[in-house]
Design a protein. Structure first.
Length: 401
């Protein structure tokens, strides 16, 4: 007997619970871009390690205002002043240099004049007096959490980890992903073809969607629509952590993904989710390996890769926040009422309003290439007037802010 399609949230939860536990390795920080921290990282130093000047000027004592002062030395970045500043003394100081002993104020050089070693105040002294001083530990202190486990490592996190004294970071090993195109009608890109054929575009699209993540990707196919070839392709990918197929997931006589999975000893975890496009998505397991059978229609493959494959990859790689998040966007035009499945409508978002593409056929690629957003319409939702907010997934960066 056929089980009804799962609700999206339940299906995503079931899939994420299967995410493989990849081993942790320590990678050079500068090679961690796009990885997720496998463990929280603690600062090995305090920054700034000592009070620093935030401006170029003169360091002196606030109780010596209004001067004049004798300039007795200099504190430059990398070359601190070794002595102590007494009343009516000052040290030339540059941005990023340590505030000398005794000083508690920095006068901007624009607020002073200097003749020889004599410094005079011409402008207004800083208020509060420590305004141009960055206190020790302003950024972070030693032995505190610098970056939480699950944080995505981008340029700022790379800089913070290095500033915190780290040369390597704990991350998951790259996930091995095999993407398989299958279908008798498919040919390689650019190959001569007849009316009954079409270029296999899903595989390259799926690989491109995953490309920013730390993966070892293998792309195979197109594989012919027969059990032997499909089972052989699945077998050849036995050491992949995740296999993603597209097509052959539905109910037709040539939809062989399920029988091929059974032939290689995989067990189906679930099949069919109440979403449009993408209903016939299939999830199977073989040992610790996961197989995601995405539907063949290009928009269905894209939407299911976005809602299932990318979150699974992110979860496996240790992301704290693997699921994409919607933002509210204002409808440029009215939205008709929802149908029996939750829908993900290809749309253009201009930063404020969102406009649905007039072509929503799941077999069409051109609306997908025009879209930068998916409008979410719940099953059975009431019609909505123009100007109303709807939840929208932004497609850039997999919907992860
Ligand atoms: N009687 C029913 N028919 C269908 C149902 C249903 O419930 N009952 N579901 C429909 C839905 S919804 C979808 S989605 C499709 C998905 O079917 P499959 O996953 O079996 O996909 P195929 O039939 O193999 O292919 C569909 C379509 O996509 C093209 N395709 C396939 N692979 C690729 C590729 N790698 N690159 C580019 N294009 C590809 C293929 O040529 C077909 O045009 O089933 C409905 N049918
Ligand atoms: O759900 Mo299918 O994905 O409509 O085309």
């Amino acid at each position: 007997m056929r089980t009804p399609p799962l609700p999206l949230a339940e299906a995503q939860g079931r899939l994420l619970a299967l995410a493989p536990q990849l081993t942790i390795e320590h990678r050079a920080v500068s090679e961690c871009l796009g990885h997720y921290l496998a463990e929280s990282v603690t600062s090995r130093r305090t920054q700034p390690a000592a009070p620093l000047s935030a401006m170029d000027g003169y360091a002196l004592r606030s109780d010596s205002l209004p001067g004049p002062w004798q300039v007795i030395g200099e504190s430059a970045a990398g070359h601190p002043y070794a002595g102590t500043i007494e009343r009516n003394q000052s040290a030339r100081i540059s941005t990023g240099a340590i505030i000398p002993q005794g000083a508690n104020m920095v006068l901007l050089q624009e607020d002073t004049t200097r003749e020889g070693d004599t410094l005079r105040l011409t402008g207004t002294p800083p208020s509060p007096t420590d305004r141009h001083i960055r206190p020790a530990g302003m950024d972070f202190v030693g032995d505190s959490i610098l970056l939480e486990a699950g944080t995505k490592i981008g340029p700022a996190q790379i800089a913070l980890a290095i500033a915190g004294g780290h040369s390597h970071l704990p991350v998951r090993r790259p996930l091995r992903l095999t993407v398989i195109d299958s279908g008798d009608e498919l040919v390689l890109p650019g190959q001569a073809l007849n009316a009954h054929q079409l270029p296999a575009s899903n595989g390259p699209m799926i690989c491109a969607m995953a490309a920013a993540l730390p993966l070892a990707i293998t792309h195979t196919g197109p594989i012919a629509d027969n059990l032997t070839d499909l089972a052989a392709a699945l077998e050849a990918a036995h050491d992949a952590d995740l296999i993603v197929t597209s097509g052959g997931a539905s109910v037709g006589d040539h939809d062989l993904v399920r029988p091929a999975l059974e032939a290689v000893g995989a067990s189906i975890d679930f099949w069919r989710v109440g979403i449009k496009p993408g209903k016939p998505i299939l999830v199977a397991k073989r040992g610790s390996q996961i197989i995601l059978g995405l539907p063949g229609n290009p928009a269905s493959a894209y939407v299911t890769a976005y809602l299932f494959m990318l979150p699974l990859l992110r979860a496996s790689l240790g992301a704290a926040q693997p699921l994409p998040r919607t933002i509210p966007a204002r409808l440029a035009e009215p939205l008709a009422k929802g149908g029996s499945r939750m829908e993900f409508l290809r749309a253009q978002w201009d930063g404020t309003t969102v406009t649905l593409d007039p072509l929503q056929d799941s077999g069409a690629l051109s609306p997908l290439s025009r879209a930068n957003a998916l409008v979410v319409r719940e099953a059975g939702a009431d019609a909505k007037p123009a100007g109303m907010d709807v939840p929208v997934y932004l497609l850039e960066n997999g919907g992860i802010a």
